[in-house]
Ligand binder design. Structure first.
Ligand code: PLP
Length: 221
């Protein structure tokens, strides 16, 4: 197996400079994150708030932490002191809570709206029309301590490239359309280890890559 350092180097070579790499370190130990850090990586993604907070406490403070998992409203307060970007925002209630906790911490928190693009039932996210009404809502615009910086999507877990392409196509065209009216939208967070090349072909500005950097994950529970 290659080292984390070699994997990172390889991935950086295969993505354009302007595409942001989020290294998804969920389930991985501090020693792995440190190895990536020492190779220059400064943006890490986690999907559990408690785990991310433990890692934040132990790791150097110039890291940007991205929450990429589903967020329960009552847990926002634990990450509000430090989280940079929350990727999977899917309701007004959650935006309001993120803003409230950001105010308490005198910070601004970046939010991405998760768009439902996959055919699969289990995926969270907003329909295109729901995302549009959130972005246009005066109530949302009045939330001064959050910035909606873009959209996030997850394609169906499948080997069918055509299906993944169609799903990325739909979020890409929606993103392009919204960008003309909403100047804060800069980020299209699509692409994981298995599909990031395809995502970049469809306008991804931020890829979330875990196993291709850190190796396969072990879920022992
Ligand atoms: C785990 C995860 C990733 C990374 O997946 P890999 O296939 O290991 O690259 C990306 N995005 C989300 C939302 C995830 O939960």
């Amino acid at each position: 197996m290659n080292s984390i350092k070699e994997n990172l180097k390889h991935i950086r070579k295969t993505i354009p400079e302007e595409v942001t790499l989020v290294a998804v370190s969920k389930t991985k130990p501090i020693s792995d994150i440190l190895e990536a850090y020492q190779s220059g990586q400064r943006i890490f993604g986690e999907n559990k708030i408690q785990e991310m907070t433990n890692k934040w406490e132990e790791m150097p403070k110039d890291i940007s932490w991205h929450m990429i998992g589903h967020v329960q409203t009552n847990k926002v307060k634990f990450m509000a002191p430090y989280v940079d970007t929350i990727h999977a925002v899917d309701s007004f209630k959650l935006l309001k809570e993120i803003n409230k906790q950001a105010v308490k911490n005198d910070r601004t928190i970046n939010c991405l709206l998760q768009i439902k693009i996959a055919q699969e039932e289990s995926k969270f996210g907003l329909d295109i029309s729901e995302a549009e009404s959130l972005l246009n809502s005066q109530e949302v615009k009045s939330l001064a301590n959050i910035t909606i910086t873009g959209l996030m999507g997850m394609a169906t877990f499948t080997d069918n490239k055509e299906q993944i392409k169609n799903e990325f196509n739909s979020i890409q065209s929606f993103f392009e359309k919204l960008k003309t009216d909403h100047s804060t939208l800069k980020t299209l967070s699509i692409g994981m280890s298995g599909d990031y090349q395809l995502a970049i072909e469809h306008g991804s500005t931020m890829v979330r890559i875990g196993s291709s950097i850190f190796g396969a994950r072990n879920y022992s529970h």
